[in-house]
Design a protein around this ligand. Structure first.
Ligand code: TYM
Length: 333
């Protein structure tokens, strides 16, 4: 049986990139595998987070997972910091991770270049914690957006290093699952930049909490070139903003970009943008509504998260004992 682990940082609202690049695929994978979906709050604190806001953000992100279709009867939903084996395995893996591997991580380079603050070890060692998140479950598959690909390659390298160093075949090498067309949703303001929570302009992204008017307004204002839509993919991919909007449309409707072009070739933005806004509202409004409903009962969300953490702890403590046995460390039993 496949085992899946994936997660998101619970920092503010999720956006359309998180939904199309990851969450939508997680929902679809629930019937094929044993799934663990977490709120990566230990990763979130690599940049300063107000404590109460962080805790509340985990609840809100959990509500977003469930509203989008994560079914807690099928999948385990939990907060990373409530499952201590992640951090413990990270230490063991860090003893086998050469600095050179971390120096290659483009996300670290980008984040540390942007930050005016001190360079912190947490941001640097972030990918080792990510490897531990995955390996402590002995996960076989990890569904993510394109931007996490390099971190997953590192996870495979670290798993291989552990197996080789101790002469065991303990950790499976996890497969990245970068699925569908929308693996890298771009900013609505600049088709060469990824849609991201940290972009200063809220108009660069569609948040899962935006209402219908806001979604329509953001799509209307999205940067585009003046030309009508082409009738073939080769011409589309030369136009990043156009490609992004067509990709979003295709992904929201589970169609291919080619089939969207077949319908809209020759149409101008005055036709395509309102059609896209209608689709986006139709798909996202029920999620936003459900999220609001779930958040009315935070006690129930906490109950789900505690139950999930207990389940995750049972498996990860077992694996941690096995790892400690291999390494020559001590456990209580
Ligand atoms: P995070 O919180 O940045 O993003 C969560 C998921 O959303 C995807 N994503 C996108 N996909 C398409 N287009 C975009 N513009 C876009 N922006 C984000 C990400 O690829 C990701 O799948 N380090 C991770 C969280 C994490 C994790 C893990 C993931 C911690 N441990 C173990 C998998 C396995 C992160 O910061 O994701």
């Amino acid at each position: 049986m496949k085992r899946i682990l994936s997660g998101m940082q619970p920092t503010g609202n999720l956006h359309l990139g998180n939904y199309l690049g990851a969450l939508k695929n997680w929902v679809a994978l629930q019937d094929d595998a044993e799934c663990y979906y977490m709120l990566a709050d230990l990763h979130a604190i690599t940049v300063p987070q107000p404590p109460e806001k962080l805790r509340q953000s985990a609840r809100e992100t959990a509500a977003a997972y469930m509203a989008a279709g994560i079914d807690t009867a099928k999948s385990t939903l939990f907060v990373q910091s409530a499952v201590s084996a992640h951090a413990e395995l990270m230490w063991i893996l860090s003893t086998l991770t050469p600095l050179g591997w971390l120096n290659r991580m483009t996300q670290y380079k980008e984040k540390s270049a942007k930050s005016q603050d001190l360079e912190l070890l947490g941001l640097y060692s972030y990918p080792v914690l990510m490897a531990a998140d995955i390996l402590i479950y002995k996960a076989t598959h990890v569904p993510v957006g394109e931007d996490q690909k390099q971190h997953l390659e590192l996870t495979r390298d670290i798993a291989g290093a552990f197996n080789r160093h101790y002469g065991v075949d303990y950790f499976p090498l996890p497969e990245p699952q970068i699925l569908g067309d929308a693996t890298r949703v771009m900013s609505l303001r600049d088709g060469t930049k990824k849609m991201s929570k940290s972009d200063e302009s809220d108009y660069s992204r569609i948040n899962l909490t935006d209402d219908a008017d806001m979604i329509a307004k953001k799509i209307k204002k999205a940067t585009t070139d003046p030309d009508a839509l082409p009738d073939n993919l080769a011409d589309l991919v030369k136009r990043p903003e156009a490609d992004n909007l067509v990709t979003i449309y295709a992904s929201l409707t589970d169609r291919t970009r080619a089939s969207v072009l077949e319908e809209y070739a020759g149409s101008g933005w005055g036709i395509f943008k309102p059609a896209l806004a209608d689709i986006a509202v139709a798909k996202l409004a029920p999620i936003t509504e459900k999220m609001r409903e779930l958040l009315q009962d935070p006690v129930e969300i906490d109950r789900v998260l505690i139950h999930g953490a207990e389940h995750a702890n049972a498996l990860t403590q077992k694996h941690l004992r096995e790892v400690k046995e291999i390494v020559g460390l001590w456990s209580l039993m």
